[in-house]
Write a protein that binds this ligand. Structure first.
Ligand SMILES: [Cu+2]
Length: 554
């Protein structure tokens, strides 16, 4: 019933202390049949295998992925989630923002430095494709791991909601006037892409469990019977050890936790991974979350396996985590980007997600290419079209204020940076009131934060990485509803930026212009300084949404 390549729980070899090198992967993206929950369906794999392989490197290495699109019927691309892409924003991966989609039969090379150790993942950032299976762990080992010696073995535990339908029909059904705002609901939960979740558990040993959520929608509660999780890392950042009974892992978040088999341990210990039953998601009476997974810490496979009973979910408040380096909040703040998120309806009556009243529509010209080719005009946000552009200057200390006016929790992710979580109050707090007295002095750093319902978060970063970086909800269905802002960081340093020939060739094959404003105009014959766009019915997985040629020329 399980795919032949299913992992049980992968035991990694510990990092070797080799000096910086290059790690190369040659990958064909291919359709594969798999049945991770017993239901067989086509999934997107690599080199005719699924689950997709992990990328494993050591801090300071250069990772090279030679990717060939052998899907035949879909474009593709990869994003390396949590990797900052210092000075290599063109390798970040989101289609229509930093590259063109890779058409069937074509290829692309990604080449980037892994500048920080941690637990990351890679996934397609092209037309909602990763719930179809194109995702995998990306582990960056640390030659000077501050927790070295505190654990004996490493295991990866990936968590995901899972769907029996492919993404494109799910999105087509979602983006109809009759649907309202309902995202597709998962059919099941899987760990390690269909693995049995059994972790060998030997008395006296401590395990570093790298928990990664590959989910498209549902957050997961994680609880181990009779064992606390000693959290040492959130996303790509070390924290001071924090003992947690339960964690709530949103889509795309990672937690590295230490779990010890102590002397009194003498049986198998179950652990529970449960998709969110939080009241934040219960505002629709038809929503149910029956999907739970029980894994096992296995001391003796001949003994009983039991289930883990959790009576109430009270996850640890991750906004109180303390960074391991004790890093103080950046400051003083020189730019505040206020983003009010609410669901909205477009002119076709289709449910969308809006930031400050506007939904994100991928444009004809990738935003980074516009920034590179529009000269001094690239500080003018209107040339970027309907991507919710925000301009920040080099060395700005930026606060993103995200006001979540929806009832549900939404996990927001920033590309290009780990941000400081300055403040993340509980549900029902309302919009950010402008006070800073609740801010952390030593805020935790991460790249995905769950923003509570009818509440806000304040996230801080230093604009030291020129590029075009997305800030978006990591519920993949909400990305497709337009819940993305585009941060254009240090545009003055992007002028004249050059791009690899293979990247540009994909644009050529896709008939996508690589210069000019969002509509591909370097000269605007109409001189209409009026921004309008089509949205809705012509969806961007069908064809690129054309932007009216009435943007300011550049
Ligand atoms: Cu969302």
């Amino acid at each position: 019933m399980l795919p032949s390549g299913a992992l049980s729980v992968t035991v990694l070899s510990l990092a070797s202390l080799a000096s910086a090198g290059t790690v190369t992967y040659n990958w064909d993206v291919t359709w594969v049949n798999a049945a991770p929950d017993g239901f067989s369906r086509p999934v997107i794999g690599i080199n005719n295998q699924w689950p997709c392989p992990k990328i494993e490197a050591t801090k300071g290495d250069t990772v090279v992925i030679n990717l060939n699109n052998k899907l035949g019927n879909q474009t593709t691309g990869l994003h390396f989630h949590g990797i900052n892409q210092i000075n290599t924003v063109e390798m970040d991966g989101p289609s229509a923002f930093t590259q063109c989609p890779v058409p069937p039969g074509s290829s692309i090379q990604y080449k980037f430095l892994v500048d920080a150790a941690g637990t990351y993942w890679y996934h397609s950032h092209n037309m909602g494709q990763y719930p179809d299976g194109l995702r995998g762990p990306l582990i960056v080992h640390d030659p000077v791991d501050p927790y070295a010696g505190k654990y004996d073995e490493e295991v990866i535990l990936t968590i995901s909601d899972w769907y029996h339908s492919q993404t494109i029909p799910l999105m087509q059904a979602m983006l109809t006037p009759a649907n309202g705002f309902r995202p597709p609901f998962p059919d099941s939960i899987i760990v390690n892409e269909g693995g049995d979740g059994r972790i060998s558990f030997v008395k006296g040993k401590t395990y570093r469990v790298r928990i990664i959520s590959f989910a498209a929608f549902a957050s997961a509660f994680v609880h181990f019977d009779s064992h606390t999780m000693s959290v040492i890392m959130n996303d790509g950042s070390y924290i001071e050890k924090n003992s947690a009974y339960q964690l709530r892992v949103t889509p795309a978040q990672r937690y590295d936790v230490l779990i010890s088999a102590i002397d009194r341990d003498r049986r198998n210990y179950p652990y529970l991974v449960a998709l969110d039953v939080n009241k934040d998601f219960a505002n629709d009476a038809s929503v149910q979350w029956p999907h739970n997974f029980t894994g096992q810490l296995v001391m003796d496979k001949n003994q009983n396996f039991t289930t883990d009973v959790v009576n109430a979910f009270r996850p640890q408040d991750d906004s109180n985590f303390v960074p391991r380096d004790g890093g103080a909040a950046f400051g003083p703040v020189t730019k505040t980007l206020t983003m009010n998120f609410a669901f909205c309806t477009d002119q076709n009556g289709i449910g969308r997600a809006c930031i400050n009243g506007k939904t994100n529509i991928p444009q004809k010209v990738p935003t980074l290419y516009t920034a590179a080719t529009c000269g001094n005009d690239n500080t003018n946000p209107t040339i970027y079209g309907a991507v919710n552009p925000f301009i920040v200057s080099s060395n700005d200390i930026v606060d993103i204020v995200i006001n979540n006016r929806d009832d549900a929790i939404h996990p927001f992710h920033l590309h290009g940076h780990q941000f400081q979580v300055m403040d993340r109050p509980r549900s029902g707090t309302g919009d950010y009131p402008g006070r800073t007295n609740g801010f952390s002095k030593n805020p935790p750093m991460r790249d995905v934060v769950s923003v509570n319902g009818k509440s806000y978060a304040v996230l801080r970063f230093k604009a030291d990485n020129p590029g075009v970086f997305l800030f978006h909800c990591h519920i993949e269905w909400h990305v497709e509803m337009g819940l993305t802002a585009t941060i254009i960081e240090s545009p003055e340093l992007l002028r004249g930026k050059e791009f690899p020939v293979d990247h540009l060739n994909n644009c050529k094959l896709m008939n996508i212009p690589t210069e000019g404003n969002a509509a591909g105009n370097t000269v605007n014959p109409h001189r209409h300084y009026r921004l309008h766009h089509r949205s809705g019915r012509e969806l961007h997985w069908v064809s690129t949404v054309a932007t009216a040629s009435s943007l300011p020329s550049c």
